[in-house]
Design a protein around this ligand. Structure first.
Ligand SMILES: [Zn+2]
Length: 245
């Protein structure tokens, strides 16, 4: 699933389409896609895992969900795009297996940019306030909460908890203040490491816990379990990741 940094990379990859006009629309989406015809792309933006195309009168939101993907100036074998946007000279952006919808309001009224871990507007103090308001939440759920950490997905969650040595079943309220700040800071720091490594095609190589079987610190087997409200896969070390309850 594309996490926040991957959407920032997509935003960079489609930069050549900025200012260009949509000439053709196709795809199996049920939204009224013809509205997009003759619209000029004013901006590409992102909020967490949402990719946003700002047009003169409205915006298009693309959410990649669990299995979404995209291709630029090429198709995907045997797959029908959810939405294909065609431009002059046969160039196109194709979105697959994602959710698309229109946003009528100005994006600045809809999105809380301060909660986006990749945004220049990211506000760690706001994240801390929101965490403190949910003391009973498990940290593995809190990190995936898009109202607090927009853009953090399961990989980032596992790696951040490993880095800060916190057990995924710890509760937010039980974490010492300094540990909670460390968690918030690491969520952003690791997201930027993710971004750099993904661009260099070396992301997996740097995973310390996610999908790994042995703890690189303790050299003992990592535990794998579907934890929390979301039942997403967690990989963690019972020895060096402390359980705060
Ligand atoms: Zn360990």
């Amino acid at each position: 699933m594309p996490e926040g940094p991957s959407i920032v990379i997509l935003k960079e990859e489609v930069r050549p389409f900025l200012g260009r006009t949509i000439r053709r629309v196709q795809g199996n989406t049920t939204i009224e896609k013809e509205r997009l015809l003759a619209q000029r792309v004013e901006a590409f933006r992102s909020w967490g895992k949402h990719f946003l195309i700002e047009l003169p009168d409205f915006s298009l939101r693309v959410h990649f969900m669990l299995f979404g993907s995209y291709r630029i100036n090429e198709g995907k074998d045997r797959a029908v795009p959810r939405l294909s946007l065609g431009f002059d000279e046969g160039e196109e952006i194709n979105f697959y297996a994602c959710s698309v919808r229109f946003i009528e309001e100005p994006l600045d009224l809809v999105y809380d940019w301060w909660a986006d871990v990749m945004s220049e507007h990211w506000d760690p103090k706001l994240a801390l306030r929101r965490l403190r308001a949910r003391p009973d939440t498990l940290v593995c759920d809190a990190l995936l909460d898009q109202d607090i950490f927009a853009g953090v997905g399961n990989i980032i969650k596992n790696e951040v908890l490993f880095r800060v040595r916190v057990h995924p079943l710890s509760t937010v309220g039980a974490l010492p203040a300094r540990k909670l700040s460390e968690l918030v800071d690491e969520a952003r720091r690791y997201s930027f490491d993710f971004y750099v490594w993904k661009k260099q095609y070396v992301l997996r190589k740097h995973w310390l816990a996610h999908t790994r079987s042995t703890c690189p610190r303790c050299n003992i087997p990592l535990t794998k379990a579907h934890l929390g409200r979301t039942h997403r896969r967690s990989f963690f070390c019972e020895q060096c990741q402390l359980l705060y309850t």
